[in-house]
Design a protein around this ligand. Sequence first.
Ligand code: ATP
Ligand code: MG
Ligand code: MG
Ligand code: MG
Length: 587
Amino acid sequence: MLMRMSTLFVRTLREDPSDAEVPSHRLLVRAGYIRRAAPGIYTWLPLGLAVLRKIEGIIREEMNAIGAQEVSFPALLPREPYEATGRWTEYGDNIFRLKDRKDADYLLGPTHEEMFTLLVKDMYSSYKDLPLSLYQIQTKYRDEARPRAGLLRGREFTMKDSYSFDVSDAGLDASYQKHRAAYVRIFDRLGFDYAIVKATAGAMGGSKSEEFLAKADVGEDTYVRCTTCDYAANVEAVQVRPAAPAPYDDAPAAHVEDTPGTPTIDSLVDHLNTAFPRADRPWVAGDTLKNVLVVLKHPDGTREPLAIGLPGDREVDQKRLEGQLEPIEVEPMDETEFAKHPALVKGYIGPGVLGEEGKSGIRYLVDPRVAEGTSWVTGADEPGRHVIDLVAGRDFTADGTIEAADVRDGDACPNCTEGTLESARGIEMGHVFQLGRKYAEALDLKVLDENGKLVTVTMGSYGVGVTRAVAAIAENSLDEIGLCWPRNVAPADLHVVAAGKDDAVFAAADALVAGLAEAGLDVIYDDRAGKISPGVKFKDAELIGCPTIVTVGRGVADPDNQVIEVKDRRTGERQELALDGAVAALS
Ligand code: ATP
Ligand code: MG
Ligand code: MG
Ligand code: MG
């Protein structure tokens, strides 16, 4: 393919667009690859399309190579299938909904599990038809709350989505592994530095799921990886208990040796001021106690967590105290239950706080005597019986895992005994799911098995963000002067600049470009004559970012020794090349 700058539909900009948040967005607009049509919605110009098509080509090759067959669904879809799986409601504000003239509901597809399931149901009925993998490269619509960073999070975007259909769990596993391997090849070929991480299933449902995250600071996903083994997970999916400090045994800084006498709120406050002194002001009764676990140790070695959980509603607690509400049951947690929640804690120090509240599903302990202001410890009726530990902990979710943002570097790896976790940011490029039978059940996709019995099909779903890949690759490869594409996705292999006014330069450049095009190379040819200076042409070439920039200029003046200059866009290295034989050398 040959694109001539004199006629190419492109207008490069010297200024950054004002709405661009990340470098790839700025440069893709400035270099004339895309234009914004509406928030999160972009128009593709010839240069942008050239890159997009190359990425699609790589994806297509790898999908075809695992035997997946290409189909194409509409984006405008009826409500009913999405109603049947519950996603019409689940997606909430995230889908674009519309009505036809007869007042029937439609949506613009955010992803196509339902439609693929129904298509296969329509056409296939026997186990002999399976396994089957289908895919499409198609436009998706999601009314993202924060469309940002240009193509990285669009409201209209292209996705390659595939779906596998199997009769058995083992079959699903094999289909999943095939897709996963194809994704490894796709992202290798796209030149990404990426991590494959354990992920949550999100709106898809299903069991096993992994994401392919391109390593990038602008990424919206945070993942952790182990320093020792190959464990890696999106923090959304981390099921890790914090390593430090240990639940209660090894928390030296937080250990308060003894509490003689009956513990009172005052003594707890004292302990907090000893174990967790605050820089700004001391702890007082009534403070919110966050991330601190209070553990009571009995002389026989048994331990009892005392204040643990998310904060109660103070007003509610106050009402309870004042007898306006029923008091809460006292229910000490047993140690197994407690061990699931070593991370901690929000609660209040003071009367009435330790109530059953919050989404944690954990019951706080309540001692009626707290209300009287005498003691805050359940059963602390014998003086000198107790030891108290205060353990720094962290927030946690209902299922006992830590909240995403609070997994810390240095936490123990949940997969091996030696390693610790370190975090990094990434852009979600691909996502593979074992959906299982969720969609097939909801939409009644069954086939006859070997024994003539109807069985529900099991499915996988696999997505790659194609337009997102354009931006992510740009983000990964750009530098201070412009875009800088890896060769296999660049809009062209070579950017040839005719730098000069005289006919000899243009004649030599024309002949060179013709030869390169004939050799099958994709070429951008800056053949602009007139007032466009070589400086402007070089700037544009650098901004557009093809991997090799070839200058045909003064060097062709001497008919006996014609040379051109070849510059590597990434390294900036230049070398002279004899014009004679240049096509072969550049191919
Ligand atoms: P994200 O977490 O970034 O919102 P997602 O998990 O919602 O993505 P999936 O439903 O897994 O996305 O869709 C498959 C792929 O489609 C993603 O891995 C991503 O590459 C791409 N994708 C999803 N949302 C967008 C978007 N708004 N703009 C561009 N690409 C997207
Ligand atoms: Mg999303
Ligand atoms: Mg995601
Ligand atoms: Mg995803």
